[in-house]
Design a binder for this molecule. Structure first.
Ligand code: AHM
Ligand code: MG
Length: 336
């Protein structure tokens, strides 16, 4: 109704993180400033993602660009946006990006207390066809205040992250955020008309739907635990009589979209083998899913307890409702 169009009592991300800071006695405001930089970066990336297809044709200057020349690749551009805004926030010490082999150590004059691990634009196979993609980030506070920051500040278990989130560039742009120990996940939808992330999903908890999400084209590589589990959601057990309702299959191929759906609707997302990167894909999603009441596991142990051996270390992951993740873990126990 017209009345609803005039709503002015919404909560914004800016507001939420500022009031969170005010409630905490120890807070210095550093994390608030850092999150505000991330939020700005996501708005900017959202903007370039939405313009990308047109830019390819029309070009940056407005002239025709049939050759696709001068149009920077979206993932590279997104990485520059993240790196620049994070560095300029003055609150970061180390940046670990999927796009950069080495960690970036922020120069002394701009150095702060936080380390941010991120995938600036995840879902590379979906970038050129307009399907949902996203930014994923996990935040640590440097361990040894005073001492020179080192790789050891980020090669830590996921349980030590102070906050994590993702931003999905889908039919709308939604930023989902959680803080260590908060057991609360909130989602904010970008209202492009005012340029604000508006709270639309308060205290997200995993939904009840029976959905499994996995790239089954890789089935020949699945171990017996994964194979057995996948069969169990598709076929009735031997000797079963009566009605059997199989799970629904959904797989976008963008982790952000597949995890976002898993949280909102329910079910389980699996990427066995070791493709997904621990620091900026597995860990942030694990912290969020746990805070939303679910579980995240390698199959054999809690995802957040893993200690990455190197910056771009990879892991298999299963995440979703506790029931599904426990069922998979039970199959691994049986195997071992
Ligand atoms: P990327 O970092 O190259 O984009 O790869 C990560 C993506 C995830 O978003 C997604 O879950 C997975 O790779 C999909 O992989 P696949 O195409 O093998 O199913
Ligand atoms: Mg990625």
């Amino acid at each position: 109704s017209a009345r609803e169009d005039l709503r002015t009592d919404f909560v914004t991300l800016t507001n939420d993180i500022l009031s969170r800071q005010q409630r905490s006695k120890e807070a210095t405001g550093d994390l608030t400033i850092l999150l505000s930089a991330i939020s700005s970066a996501c708005k900017w990336i959202s903007n370039v993602v939405r313009k990308a297809e047109l830019m390819k044709v029309i070009g940056v200057t407005g002239g025709t660009n049939v050759q696709n020349e001068n149009v920077q690749k979206l993932d590279i551009l997104s990485n520059e946006i993240m790196c620049n805004l994070l560095r300029d926030s003055g609150k970061t010490a180390i940046l670990v990006s999927e796009e950069d082999d080495e960690a970036i150590f922020v120069e002394d004059s701009k150095r702060g207390h936080y380390c941010v691990c991120f995938d600036p634009l995840d879902g590379s196979s979906n970038i050129d066809c307009g399907v949902s993609i996203g930014t994923i980030f996990g935040i640590y506070r440097v361990k040894s205040e005073g001492a020179k920051p080192s790789i050891a500040d980020v090669l830590r278990p996921g349980t030590e992250m102070v906050a994590a989130g993702y931003c999905m560039y889908g039919s709308s742009t939604v930023l989902v955020l959680t803080f260590q120990g908060s057991n609360e996940v909130n989602g904010y939808t970008l209202d492009p008309s005012i340029g604000e992330f508006v709270l639309t999903h308060r205290n997200m908890k995993l939904g009840p739907k029976k959905i499994y999400s996995i790239n089954e084209g890789n089935a020949h590589t699945f171990d017996a635990a994964i194979k057995g589990y996948i069969d169990s959601v598709k076929f009735p057990p031997a000797g079963h009589t009566g009605k059997f309702t199989p799970y629904t299959a959904r797989y976008v191929g963008s982790m952000v979209a597949d995890v976002h759906r898993t949280i909102l609707y329910g079910g389980v997302f699996l990427y066995p083998g070791a493709k997904l990167r621990i620091l900026y894909e597995c860990f942030p999603m694990a912290l969020i899913v746990e805070a939303a009441g679910g579980k995240a596991s390698t199959g054999r142990k809690r995802m957040l307890d893993v200690v990455p051996e190197k910056l771009h270390a990879r892991s298999g992951i299963v995440l979703g409702t506790s029931a599904e993740v426990e069922a998979i873990e039970a199959r691994y126990k049986e195997l071992d």
